[in-house]
Design a protein around this ligand. Structure first.
Ligand code: ADP
Ligand code: MG
Ligand code: MG
Length: 187
């Protein structure tokens, strides 16, 4: 589950957010996903779509920083697009996630190559046409591939050229999120 992998990786995410950010990405997400886990355990929603909508709302209200509203929007829009489906295949997840990623791009104004979470999310959406496993790998590759990029959005963009040579924390956490979604969807 995503909350567990965020717990495991929180220190690494915060470490990645230290040279090109404010060293809070891991703790931001840890707080958010702990709230998500608690709420879902207390009252499990009936469908995958409802799980994502509920999780997204909670992330907006519990994660501080840029990533809270962005991840919140991602999960709410993706969940809404899944509708009432009881199970989700690659094609359904691809369509729904594309709607979610579009909403994040609208909200944050980032495009591919700006060194943000988008650089892990977009390749994952594209690879979902092949398989869940391909999407997971594509997100991880996309996160690693942010290292040589110049940041054009968010806090890291204040550093200009000095943002080059560091992997983006949000792209790294986005790969964890995709892994969690894929695990949940493939049972
Ligand atoms: P903050 O920068 O407010 O401390 P976080 O550290 O939680 O927020 O999240 C930083 C991450 O958010 C970045 O690594 C980047 O991937 C993502 N991010 C920041 N701004 C944007 C944006 N406009 N669009 C998409 N992603 C963004
Ligand atoms: Mg930060
Ligand atoms: Mg911050």
């Amino acid at each position: 589950m995503t909350a567990a992998s965020v717990d495991r990786e929180a220190q690494r995410l915060t470490a990645l957010d230290s040279p090109i950010g404010d060293a809070d990405h891991g703790s931001n997400l840890q707080r958010g996903f702990a709230a998500v886990r608690a709420a879902l355990e207390k009252e499990p929603p009936a469908t995958p779509g409802a799980v994502l909508v509920r999780s997204g709302r909670l992330l907006v209200s519990t994660v501080g920083g840029a990533s809270g509203p962005l991840y919140g929007t991602l999960l709410r829009r993706t969940g809404k697009a899944l509708g009432d489906a009881a199970e989700v295949d690659e094609r359904q997840l691809a369509e729904a996630l594309r709607a979610g990623v579009d909403a994040v791009m609208q909200l944050g104004g980032a495009s591919a190559g700006d060194k943000t979470m988008i650089d892990a999310l977009l390749p994952a959406v594209d690879a979902l046409g092949d398989s869940f496993a391909a999407a997971r790998a594509a997100a991880e590759e996309g996160a690693v591939a942010t290292t040589p990029l110049l940041a054009r959005k968010g806090r890291a963009s204040y550093l200009g050229e000095r943002s080059i040579g560091h992997q983006d924390p949000g792209a790294t956490s986005a790969a964890l999120l995709i892994a969690g979604l894929v695990d949940a969807a493939s049972g």
